[in-house]
Design a protein around this ligand. Structure first.
Ligand SMILES: [Mn+2]
Length: 139
């Protein structure tokens, strides 16, 4: 299992490849606000653990294992953002809070949150009902 830090890298690399078709060390460093030398170190570790293949002058590609995990990590992040939006968290806090919790939930918790998101999205009246509770609690 990848550590939280490894998960952040795999997630970003997956997103970069999805968006641009490739992931350079400098792009990863910028996306994660870290020094390029930290990226190189981590990329070498991820290569060793077979999440990707890194060749210094040719860039990197995710292995099948890396792609599979990357896809799940991006899904998890997006699901948690949806969840935060449904519970009414202020938009400015959503990204930071998701980054803070995403590595610390079990996949079972993610699945159950998925059920909850689906429950609210199947009927917008449920969101309205929740907002009414929130309005009452504010008073
Ligand atoms: Mn994330």
């Amino acid at each position: 299992m990848p550590t939280p830090s490894m998960e952040d890298y795999i997630e970003q690399i997956y997103l970069l490849i999805e968006e641009k078709g490739y992931a350079r060390v400098s792009d990863i460093a910028e996306a994660l606000s870290v020094h390029p030398s930290s990226v190189t170190k981590m990329v070498q570790k991820l290569d060793k653990d077979e999440y990707l293949i890194y060749e210094k002058y040719r860039g990197l590609i995710l292995t099948t294992k890396g792609k599979k995990i990357g896809k799940r990590l991006v899904y998890r992040h997006e699901l948690l953002e949806q969840f935060m939006r449904i519970i009414g968290l202020d938009e400015s806090k959503i990204y930071g809070d998701v980054e803070g919790i995403e590595h610390h939930l079990s996949w079972e918790a993610i699945d159950r949150i998925g059920d909850l998101v689906q429950y609210f999205e199947e009927d917008p009246a449920r969101i309205t009902a929740l907002r009414n509770v929130q309005k009452t609690n504010e008073e």
